[in-house]
Design a protein around this ligand. Structure first.
Ligand SMILES: Cc1cc2nc3c(=O)[nH]c(=O)nc-3n(C[C@H](O)[C@H](O)[C@H](O)COP(=O)(O)OP(=O)(O)OC[C@H]3O[C@@H](n4cnc5c(N)ncnc54)[C@H](O)[C@@H]3O)c2cc1C
Length: 382
């Protein structure tokens, strides 16, 4: 079977489907999205915690979040389905004085971009968020505009509208090779045939490096398991709390209905494609989070799930056309931020493909940054 498409997108997750929607809404609808799984969003997109926040280290990343937040707020007007955005806020805490200095400096940049982030002293944290243990705390930032949305609804909205605008989504079909004509993209080979086309977008999430290799490009993105746990209904914390995170330990909590959702990354866990729930990290998480939210001692874990972060060396995405291979675009390495950045990524990739100036400076996302001096890593990572 041989088909033709103006744009071929590898991956029907939030990123691939946002790109498909943005392309189609600009009039490019001969787009084929291909996914190896039998449903949309089977990868990381179906495992996301739904966090949306404006605090990032690079102005471009802040602008990405602003575009995403605005879209999630008005999602129903555009897509006919609500994103269920809940502005519960984000509270980042630190017990490290040098990190606190960095956070305060970054908050000035964020405020200059219109982010209503506030720097709080330990006393202010304690008076506003009494469930947080103050011992050792040096400060925190709170942004009331941030919150939680529903990744499943957003994925559905992108997919449904893309299909309505003429995009084809092909499932149960794996891309196994990228066809080249000299150094130019000529299409893809799949388990079901060939699709010819001069533009291929790598939106393969944790498999970004594998798809990059098919075109001879090294994309430094590796998969890491991240587990999430949910307690039984729990009333010993306020019913309304922000997404609350301790930066040093990456431990965090937020409300999930009447329950509490918890998570933490384990820096010692090696890269893998495992997606079974990790019980060792749960033990470390309980030890860690009880130190700063002692009330949780009375909570019981009810369920959990795990998925893969697609992590770049500086925890910042890799977005753009590969300069040596015209027609090959990367939208990879979101390092835990791919839900909130999916709307803006779709927009900028569509703009690049159409030869337009991207609405945000993409320099911090360039693959070439890894060839130059060590890029500044993202501070706000969990
Ligand atoms: C536990 C967890 C919590 C998270 N919480 C948040 C959060 O709070 N906020 C936030 O912004 N982000 C969060 N994220 C990150 C976010 O979910 C991801 O960054 C985002 O979903 C990435 O989307 P994607 O489309 O790039 O990848 P995916 O959803 O993984 O999609 C990639 C698709 O490519 C397909 N594919 C791969 N290789 C091939 C091939 N060769 N041929 C065909 N198809 C292929 C896969 O089957 C997959 O469907 C979280 C992630 C996890 C795991």
């Amino acid at each position: 079977m041989t088909d033709n498409a103006d744009v071929i997108i590898v991956g029907a997750g939030l990123i691939g489907l946002s790109i498909a929607y943005h392309l189609a809404s600009k009039g490019i609808s001969n787009v084929i999205v291909i996914d190896k799984e039998g449903v949309w969003g089977h990868g990381s997109s179906g495992r996301s915690a739904g966090g949306v926040r404006l605090e990032f280290s690079h102005p471009s990343a802040v602008k990405f979040s602003q575009y995403g937040l605005e879209m999630f707020r008005h999602f129903e007007d555009i897509f006919g389905i609500s994103s269920s955005f809940n502005a519960c806020g984000y509270l980042f805490l630190t017990r490290d004085a040098s990190k606190w200095t960095v956070m305060q400096n970054l908050s000035l940049m964020q405020q200059a971009l219109g982010v209503p982030v506030k720097c709080l002293s330990p006393q202010e944290v304690a008076s506003q968020f009494s469930y947080v243990q103050m011992e050792g705390l040096v400060g925190g930032t709170f942004c009331a505009d941030d919150g939680i949305a529903d990744p499943g609804a957003v994925l559905y909205g992108f997919a449904r509208r893309a299909i309505d605008l003429g995009v084809t989504i092909r499932l149960d079909e794996q891309v196994t090779g990228i066809l080249m004509n000299h150094n130019h993209i000529a299409g893809v080979k799949t388990t079901k045939g060939i699709v010819l086309g001069g533009v291929v977008v790598n939106a393969a999430g944790p498999y970004a490096a594998t798809v990059g290799q098919m075109a001879g490009v090294e994309i430094p993105v590796r998969p890491y398991r991240r587990s999430i746990y949910v307690t039984t209904p729990f009333s010993k914390l306020p019913q309304t709390i922000p997404m609350t995170l301790e930066l040093e330990t990456t431990s965090y909590l937020r409300r999930e209905g009447d329950s509490i959702l918890l998570g933490m990354s384990d820096p010692h866990e090696p890269s893998s494609y495992h997606t079974d729930v990790d019980h060792q990290t749960l033990e470390k998480l309980i030890d860690t989070i009880l130190r700063w939210v002692p009330n949780l001692a009375e909570a019981s874990i009810m369920r959990g799930w795990a998925g893969l972060y697609e992590v770049s060396p500086d925890d910042t995405a890799i977005i753009g056309e590969v300069p040596e291979i015209p027609g090959f675009y990367m939208a990879n390495g979101f390092s835990g931020h791919g839900f909130m950045h999916s709307p803006a990524t779709g927009r900028v990739i569509a703009e690049l493909i159409m030869g337009e100036e991207p609405f945000v400076d993409l320099t911090p996302f360039a693959l070439a940054r890894f060839n130059a001096d060590r890029p500044t890593p993202e501070t706000f990572v969990i």
